[in-house]
Design a protein around this ligand. Structure first.
Ligand code: CP
Length: 315
């Protein structure tokens, strides 16, 4: 049994094995209807302490396609609203013989804490913790890039927007580095850039005209207002003017560049509708790939195939 908590520290062969396993589920039609018996007799509990559409739904579909029993705990109507602690909620679910917890939480490190200190005997999959990591999102993004562009070694990739608060960006950067992307760029105003990004092996730009020049992949990010102090909220119209991906700014990139966004998208804030819905957008492919990638991660966790020690890389 292994957990899946972060991309940081994982090897290229392991990440490639996850992508290859996900591709095999795509090939066998698992993204549509086909079921496989890999998690038959197992119970997966989805514990989302923060809102979600894509991640929760695709984890549920993935677990069902793996033939698991699935329990979605509605946190807002659960006994946490009566003051029950996270630990007691988890111990209660463990007593129901759940085999896997899929956890989304606003606190960075929540999934690590659960895996290490609360229920180490239950497989824990991180479905997004605070600003820290969203490893399955990064892997479905890698699958989408690989499907459209092939090998990573020649690719220039730009990640645009609220890098500071983005767990997705952090996980993508770790994945892209491990998989050998030629160039990883981030483009953002200084107020939305974390320090020491260069140490993560990325090039930093503050202007779209320079940062998007000749890139193969553009990944737009949502402004994470829920994680910002209100005094520091950027003006949406100003942000859109400078960093929103419009048709005009898209022209800086390669003519065959693809446009990605982990969602939820805010039209007219970080992306123009005609770009989000345009022929170079692969945003809905990303959503679909969430099923196969989450099937891959859950089946590999349950079979002990996640060989790297996920608890060695702390939040
Ligand atoms: N990308 C992502 O995590 O979307 P949800 O918040 O809808 O799950």
């Amino acid at each position: 049994l292994k957990h899946f908590l972060t991309i940081e520290g994982l090897s290229a062969p392991l990440l490639t094995e996850i992508l290859d396993t996900a591709d095999s589920f795509v090939d066998m039609g698992a993204q549509q209807v086909k079921k496989v018996p890999l998690l038959r007799g197992k119970t997966v509990a989805n514990l989302f302490f923060e809102a979600s559409t894509r991640t929760l739904s695709t984890f549920e579909l993935a677990a069902k396609r793996l033939s698991a029993d699935v329990l979605n705990l509605n946190i807002s109507t659960s006994s946490t609203s009566k003051g029950e602690t996270l630990k007691d909620t988890l111990m209660t679910l463990r007593a129901m013989h759940c085999d896997m917890f899929v956890v989304r939480h606003s606190a960075s490190g929540a999934a690590h804490f659960i895996a290490e200190h609360v229920t180490p005997d239950v497989a824990v999959i991180n479905a997004g913790d605070g600003r820290h990591a969203h490893p399955t999102q990064a892997m479905l993004d890698m699958l989408t890039i690989r499907q459209h562009k092939g090998d990573f070694s020649s690719l220039k990739i730009a990640i645009v927007g609220d890098i500071l608060h983005s767990r997705v960006a952090r996980s993508q950067i770790h994945a892209l580095r491990a998989l050998g992307a030629a160039e990883i760029r981030v483009i953002a105003p200084l107020t939305l850039l974390p320090r020491h990004l260069e140490a993560m092996g990325v090039k930093v730009y503050t202007e779209m005209s320079r940062g998007l020049r000749d890139v193969d992949v553009i990944i737009m990010l949502r402004l994470q207002k829920e994680r910002m102090q209100s005094a520091l909220l950027p003006s949406e119209s100003e942000f859109y003017k400078l960093y929103g991906l419009t048709e005009a700014k898209l022209a800086y990139a390669r003519p065959d560049a693809i446009v990605m966004h982990p969602g939820p998208i805010n039209r007219g804030v970080e992306i123009e509708s005609s770009v989000a819905d345009g022929e170079r957008s692969v945003i809905l492919n990303q959503v679909t790939n969430g099923i196969a990638v989450r099937m891959a991660v859950m089946s590999m966790a349950m079979s002990g195939q996640l060989k790297d020690n996920q608890l060695s890389a702390k939040a």
